[in-house]
Design a protein around this ligand. Structure first.
Ligand code: NAP
Length: 523
């Protein structure tokens, strides 16, 4: 049963008079459960017990943390039917999407558990001493990555499972040894509570300290602001808009003790199509990209929002086919009326831009919370001049950019803001695809895709889901895949410590049997 209350550690709590309901976008009515926003005292309690829990949780062995993560996955599997019911009511997304996302969430938890057992994420290095080194002796130095402290995670609206309550940010922080306070996304607070209950059950069954996880509801930004300002909080994970991510980043930097904010924000994910590929496959490419632009109603951070090529008859054939294809795909419900109206206002802005030509027809009157699929086009020259054309429009639309020559293509790439992805569609021997183009694109993105679509983010160690600002606030880190654990770890060196006082990871006899670098040699 969903209570609408906050989880302050393992206790359900509701002492605020501020309440809200989630919304069913499919039938355009509020759902009936009443949720209670977290009060100031609940926020304070959650941060205090997270800080207390950290002292114990950071000592919990990697093996036991792995058990905790696997137990969360098992608990989620037991309540999958209940999750599906509320997830669909709160998002308008179909059951298949819910089950796919749930499977991904459970696999993420398990992949972090495997990482913990393997141990290399701690990047242990040991430099043995040289007492008789001249002119000064070299000390014994041993370094490992250690958890940073309690983390606030802002649940993402577009991934109620995989990037919310028990999603990638939470799984990676718990794996690192950091307690998590989840700032639940108000659009799917019910899904969030069910998942939170599963985490709490798993924590109890595996003897984790109370406060290792809390789930706080909110109707507006105040709860998030107070959490980010709490001195007990040591880092923040965020997925959402540039406006929200930037505001949280600025808040965190203005604290007396600034903390890192790992925000994954907007991206338009440019796609460059080269002539030989276009000539060979324009028809299939148009079909493929019509699907990629509209999948999940375009509500993916990797949605291909820009498609760029050279003016040519074949490019026109591609564009006509893309328009035809996308007009034929039935629109699917957006997550929430607010996201739908943000999409509509983005589309209106682009339609009013005198340099942009709208290519799709609104054949049918859009129904409530259903978007119109939109393809527009602009010249490379005007695209470079008008930075507003790079603003993310979160939904099923894409802007075509037409270049006259390779110089213009290069200028277009140079003008890009930081992006999560950049895609190249080409034959490898296409003379237009120069190293200069690849180098320019590489500087702007976190992931370069060759002959694929940017939607679909694999969860594995080699994935980079991040990129130069504004795609993320710190391009050195990924938000997806096991390497995302690095966001919640900091290096600590132990100098000249006696063996019995060292963490097990750094002891000479390597009792945990983990991979370590000793005097520069990995053993
Ligand atoms: P959002 O507005 O950025 O909000 C995300 C979370 O951050 C919410 O929990 C929100 O709290 C909180 N928040 C926002 N501004 C804040 C501030 N100034 N201080 C403290 N907390 C703040 O994103 P959204 O609600 O998910 O969707 C809105 C728009 O964001 C979409 O239309 C889309 O343009 C964009 N978006 C982008 C991505 C992406 O991956 N690129 C993903 C999702 C959304 P409250 O909701 O309680 O106010």
């Amino acid at each position: 049963m969903i209570s609408g209350k906050n989880y302050i550690g393992d206790k359900l709590s509701s002492n605020s008079s501020i309440t809200f309901k989630t919304f069913n976008p499919l039938i355009n009515i509020e759902n009936d459960i009443l949720f209670f926003e977290a009060s100031d005292s609940e926020i304070k309690k959650a941060t205090k017990i997270a800080s207390e829990a950290f002292r114990y949780y950071k000592q919990v062995s990697a093996k036991d943390r792995a058990r905790f993560l696997v137990q969360i996955s098992d608990e989620l599997s037991l309540i999958s039917d209940d999750i599906v019911k509320i997830y669909c009511k709160e998002t308008g997304l179909p059951e298949a999407r819910c089950l796919g996302e749930l499977g991904r969430t459970m696999n993420q938890l398990k992949s972090f558990a495997n990482l913990l057992l393997e141990g290399s994420f701690q990047e242990i290095s040991i430099d043995t001493p040289i007492p008789d080194r001249k002119p000064i002796s070299k000390p014994d130095l041993r370094k490992m990555l250690m958890p940073i402290g309690p983390v606030v995670v802002f649940g993402a609206s577009n991934f109620p499972l995989a990037y919310s309550t028990a999603g990638g940010d939470t799984a990676s922080a718990l794996a690192a040894g950091c307690p998590v306070i989840l700032k639940s996304h108000p659009m799917h607070a019910g899904t969030g509570e069910l998942v939170s209950a599963a985490i709490i059950r798993a924590a109890k069954k595996t003897n984790m300290p109370n406060g290792v996880f809390s789930n706080l509801n909110s109707k507006g930004i105040e709860v998030g602001v107070k959490l980010v300002n709490s001195p007990d909080i040591k880092a923040v994970g965020f997925t959402g808009s540039l406006k929200g991510g930037r505001a949280i980043y600025d808040l965190a930097s203005k604290r007396n003790h600034p903390i890192p904010v790992f925000a994954e924000m907007g991206s338009v994910n440019p796609v460059l199509i080269f002539p030989k590929k276009l000539e060979k496959e324009y028809d299939e490419l148009a079909k493929k990209f019509a699907k990629s632009i509209t999948i999940g109603s375009g509500q993916f951070c990797t949605n291909p929002g820009l498609i760029i090529s050279f003016e040519s008859d074949t490019f026109d054939l591609f564009i006509n086919k893309l328009v035809k294809e996308i007009e034929q795909i039935s629109p699917s419900c957006m997550l929430h009326p607010n996201i739908h109206s943000a999409y509509n206002s983005g589309i209106q802005k682009i339609n009013k831009n005198k340099n942009v030509t709208k290519l799709t027809n609104d054949k049918t009157k859009p129904e409530i919370n259903l978007p119109t699929h939109v393809i527009s086009s602009v010249s490379a020259k005007k695209f470079v001049e008008d930075k507003s054309l790079q603003n993310e429009i979160f939904g099923p639309c894409s802007l075509i950019v037409k270049c006259k020559n390779t110089d213009e293509l290069h200028e277009v790439i140079e003008s890009f803001e930081g992006q999560l992805t950049g895609t190249i569609l080409a034959e490898s021997n296409d003379t237009y695809l120069t190293q200069k183009i690849i180098d320019a694109l590489e500087l702007k993105v976190g992931r370069i895709i060759f002959n694929g679509v940017p939607t679909g983010v694999e969860v594995c160690p080699s994935m980079t889901h991040g990129g130069p600002y504004p795609a993320s606030t710190d391009s050195r880190f990924t938000a997806v895949g096991t390497n995302s654990i690095k966001r919640w770890l900091r290096p600590v060196s132990f100098q000249d410590f006696p063996q019995n006082l060292l963490p097990d990871e750094l002891k000479d006899n390597n009792p945990l049997n983990i991979v370590r670098s000793i005097d520069g040699i990995v053993k």
